[in-house]
Design a protein around this ligand. Structure first.
Ligand SMILES: C[S@@+](CC[C@H](N)C(=O)[O-])C[C@H]1O[C@@H](n2cnc3c(N)ncnc32)[C@H](O)[C@@H]1O
Length: 247
């Protein structure tokens, strides 16, 4: 059924919640970035935020993801937007990147660091940053500590390592970064480029896969996640964490 997940995700504008304004808001906090920074976008997916970053900087961006069809979509978008001289695409694994130490001024990752664990990602990607380099990661967190049982149980299955947003700050510091800023991704950023397109794609796929029980189970997983979000979005969401390497 993994193939069906990818069949759905490859049709979406983004592969996770996000929006261009939030990417810009986070980028604007990086006041000590050089004029032509070297940037690494980890788990870029089809690269909506990669293109947004390219609009914000005159630097070079390396966009990497382990799913090559996403990278192919990004390459087409890069050509259309005429950024092929500044964005390089790489298919690779975020947990074993072979870029040289201190080769980037900024490591960016929207909604992807959880794949190897937030803390683990911060620690293992730090060597890639130049002195005083920045790390910007969006991470799924609890906004409130007193979430109802139904949504707690849901995420106990989906993302058991999910933390309360304030508990991320000590992790940032112990991993060798200074916390520069934090903000919550707005609720509408889950819908415009993510859940609304998922609803549309799933409605079409339910017709294509009519009678296929396994496929129906996949569609129901997406539906349950969206239903949970409609009901409980005040309790959880993405935190944008802006950090600077300290040692
Ligand atoms: C939730 S999506 C976020 C994509 C994109 N950053 C966005 O916000 O639309 C997570 C991405 O991480 C990628 N990914 C998962 N495991 C990976 C790994 N081990 N190495 C590199 N990329 C990975 C997935 O293919 C997917 O594109």
């Amino acid at each position: 059924m993994e193939e069906l997940f990818f069949e759905i995700f490859e049709l979406l504008p983004r592969q996770g919640p996000g929006d261009e304004v939030s990417t810009r808001n986070a980028f604007q906090k990086l006041t000590e970035l050089p004029k032509y920074p070297e940037i690494l976008d980890v788990g870029c997916g089809a690269g909506k935020q990669t293109i947004a970053l390219a609009k914000l900087t005159s630097g070079n961006i390396t966009a990497m993801d382990n799913h090559s069809p996403f990278i192919e979509i990004l390459k087409r978008n890069i050509n259309q937007a005429d950024y092929s001289d500044r964005i390089k695409c790489v298919v690779g694994d975020m947990s074993s990147m072979d870029f040289a130490d201190e080769s980037f001024d900024l490591v960016w990752s929207e909604g992807a660091a959880y794949m190897m664990g937030f803390e683990n990602a911060l620690k293992s990607w730090k060597r890639l940053l130049r002195p005083n380099g920045y790390m910007v990661v969006s991470e799924l967190v609890w906004f409130k500590e007193d979430a109802p049982k139904e949504i707690k149980d849901f995420f106990a299955g989906e993302y058991p390592a999910m933390k309360y947003y304030k508990d991320i700050h000590p992790i940032i510091e112990s991993a060798g970064y200074k916390a520069i800023d934090y903000f919550q991704l707005p609720d509408k950023s889950w819908w415009i480029d993510y859940y609304t397109p998922i609803e549309k794609v799933i409605a079409e796929k339910r017709i294509k896969y009519r009678g296929d029980k396994d496929a129906r189970a996949v569609f129901d997983i997406f539906q349950l996640e969206m239903d949970m979000h409609k009901k409980y979005s005040e309790y959880y969401g993405y935190g944008f964490y802006i950090m600077q390497k300290t040692n």
